[in-house]
Design a protein around this ligand. Structure first.
Ligand code: APR
Length: 170
């Protein structure tokens, strides 16, 4: 079941929230900064403890899971979206972020998960195209037992997600 919300994902009362992180998983601005601030310093320590290869703890399109620390959510799933203008296959990488996050949520027995609009801020993904990829990845029969929330930041992003969702469900 898909639920669309306008608001701050750090407040989401779900089993797992997804962070739109950078490859190092060592925090940043945007939703990443908000999640780390709300979760507390322990989250950064947990991320730092994840294995890395030349500073990369999570390759683009993949996902890693940590505890949610001080967040209402039990877990944070950290995924790294593509920088839209810097890769040749942004749609494939963005879809993999959603699919891999959903798979991790299931492996960890989550019944609910909340996503932000991955790559739609600093990483520059056009919002309508991103909404279509996100919703298509989540509207699969295999995820019907999962409550999937999208937290859109701002009215305009929320309305775009709503429009694409209506289009996909009609
Ligand atoms: N709750 C929900 N959504 C949020 C929040 C929040 N508290 N704060 C920001 N957003 C929204 C933005 O408005 C945007 O639509 O999250 C979306 C993703 O934007 P970014 O956070 O910029 O993420 P992204 O485009 O994937 O870029 C990732 O930004 O800060 C860095 O460390 C991060 O380097 C990484 C990069």
């Amino acid at each position: 079941m898909i639920h669309l919300f306008e608001g701050d994902i750090t407040q989401a009362n779900v089993d797992a929230i997804v962070n739109a992180a950078k490859n190092s998983l060592l925090g940043g601005g945007g939703v990443d900064g908000a999640i780390h601030r709300a979760a507390g310093a322990e989250l950064l320590a947990l991320c730092r403890a994840l294995p890395d290869k030349n500073g990369v703890r999570c390759p683009t399109g993949e996902a890693k899971i940590t505890d949610g620390c001080n967040l209402p959510a039990k877990y944070v799933i950290h995924t790294v979206g593509p920088v839209y203008s810097q890769v040749s296959n942004p749609a494939d990488l963005l879809a993999r972020c959603y699919r891999n996050s959903l798979a991790l949520a299931k492996e960890n027995q989550c019944g609910s998960i909340a996503f932000p609009a991955i790559s739609c801020g600093v990483y520059g993904y056009p919002i309508e195209a991103a909404a279509k990829i996100a919703l298509e990845a989540c509207c699969q029969k295999e995820h019907a037992d999962l409550d999937i929330y999208f937290y859109l930041f701002g009215r305009s992003d929320f309305e775009i997600w709503q429009k694409i969702y209506r289009r996909l469900s009609s």
